[in-house]
Design a protein around this ligand. Structure first.
Ligand SMILES: [Zn+2]
Ligand SMILES: [Zn+2]
Length: 100
Protein backbone atom coordinates (compact mmCIF):
# COMPACT_ATOMS: atom_id res chain seq x y z
CA UNK A 1 0.00 0.00 0.00
CA UNK A 2 1.37 3.44 -0.83
CA UNK A 3 2.06 6.01 1.85
CA UNK A 4 -0.58 8.40 0.70
CA UNK A 5 -3.27 5.82 1.11
CA UNK A 6 -1.98 4.84 4.53
CA UNK A 7 -2.07 8.46 5.62
CA UNK A 8 -5.61 8.94 4.48
CA UNK A 9 -6.67 5.78 6.25
CA UNK A 10 -5.12 6.98 9.46
CA UNK A 11 -7.06 10.16 9.14
CA UNK A 12 -10.24 8.20 8.66
CA UNK A 13 -9.42 6.27 11.79
CA UNK A 14 -9.32 9.45 13.82
CA UNK A 15 -11.83 11.97 12.61
CA UNK A 16 -13.40 10.22 9.70
CA UNK A 17 -14.89 7.58 11.94
CA UNK A 18 -17.25 10.47 12.54
CA UNK A 19 -18.74 9.61 9.19
CA UNK A 20 -20.21 6.36 10.45
CA UNK A 21 -21.02 7.79 13.85
CA UNK A 22 -23.24 10.39 12.30
CA UNK A 23 -25.77 7.68 11.60
CA UNK A 24 -25.86 6.74 15.26
CA UNK A 25 -29.16 7.36 17.00
CA UNK A 26 -27.40 9.08 19.91
CA UNK A 27 -25.92 11.60 17.51
CA UNK A 28 -29.27 12.17 15.83
CA UNK A 29 -30.91 12.88 19.18
CA UNK A 30 -28.12 15.15 20.30
CA UNK A 31 -28.12 17.02 17.01
CA UNK A 32 -31.85 17.53 17.26
CA UNK A 33 -31.45 19.09 20.69
CA UNK A 34 -28.85 21.55 19.42
CA UNK A 35 -30.96 22.42 16.38
CA UNK A 36 -33.92 23.14 18.62
CA UNK A 37 -31.79 25.29 20.88
CA UNK A 38 -30.61 27.25 17.84
CA UNK A 39 -34.17 27.40 16.48
CA UNK A 40 -33.07 25.66 13.28
CA UNK A 41 -31.09 28.68 12.18
CA UNK A 42 -27.46 29.16 11.30
CA UNK A 43 -25.82 30.80 14.29
CA UNK A 44 -23.63 32.82 11.98
CA UNK A 45 -25.93 34.23 9.26
CA UNK A 46 -29.40 33.14 10.39
CA UNK A 47 -30.09 31.00 7.34
CA UNK A 48 -32.68 28.29 7.78
CA UNK A 49 -32.80 24.93 6.10
CA UNK A 50 -30.16 22.29 5.96
CA UNK A 51 -27.82 22.88 8.87
CA UNK A 52 -24.65 21.21 10.00
CA UNK A 53 -23.22 20.77 13.46
CA UNK A 54 -19.95 22.38 14.24
CA UNK A 55 -17.76 21.34 17.16
CA UNK A 56 -15.85 24.27 18.55
CA UNK A 57 -13.34 21.94 20.15
CA UNK A 58 -12.38 18.34 19.77
CA UNK A 59 -11.69 16.44 22.91
CA UNK A 60 -9.16 13.71 23.05
CA UNK A 61 -9.29 11.54 26.12
CA UNK A 62 -5.84 10.79 27.44
CA UNK A 63 -7.10 7.89 29.50
CA UNK A 64 -9.14 6.25 26.75
CA UNK A 65 -6.63 7.32 24.10
CA UNK A 66 -9.30 8.31 21.66
CA UNK A 67 -11.51 11.15 20.58
CA UNK A 68 -14.82 11.64 22.26
CA UNK A 69 -17.89 10.59 20.41
CA UNK A 70 -19.53 13.57 18.72
CA UNK A 71 -22.45 13.49 21.17
CA UNK A 72 -20.27 13.31 24.26
CA UNK A 73 -19.55 17.04 24.25
CA UNK A 74 -21.15 19.72 26.37
CA UNK A 75 -23.90 21.38 24.35
CA UNK A 76 -22.22 24.78 24.48
CA UNK A 77 -19.38 23.46 22.35
CA UNK A 78 -21.71 22.79 19.45
CA UNK A 79 -23.31 25.26 17.12
CA UNK A 80 -25.62 24.93 14.15
CA UNK A 81 -24.22 26.38 10.95
CA UNK A 82 -25.33 26.41 7.34
CA UNK A 83 -23.02 24.67 4.92
CA UNK A 84 -21.52 27.94 3.65
CA UNK A 85 -20.67 29.34 7.08
CA UNK A 86 -19.43 25.96 8.21
CA UNK A 87 -17.00 25.63 5.32
CA UNK A 88 -15.87 29.21 5.70
CA UNK A 89 -15.29 28.69 9.39
CA UNK A 90 -13.13 25.66 8.78
CA UNK A 91 -11.07 27.54 6.22
CA UNK A 92 -10.44 30.35 8.66
CA UNK A 93 -9.95 28.49 11.89
CA UNK A 94 -8.55 25.19 12.90
CA UNK A 95 -10.68 23.43 15.49
CA UNK A 96 -8.51 23.12 18.58
CA UNK A 97 -8.05 19.72 20.13
CA UNK A 98 -8.19 19.65 23.89
CA UNK A 99 -6.56 16.82 25.74
CA UNK A 100 -8.84 15.85 28.54
ZN1 LIG B 1 -24.76 30.62 7.74
ZN1 LIG C 1 -17.17 22.12 11.95
Amino acid sequence: MNTEKKESMRFVGQHGSYGALLFDQRWKDFRKKILERDQHKCRCCGAEGKLEMHHRQYHYSKTLRKYRKPWEYPENLLISLCKTCHQKGHQLYKVPTKYV
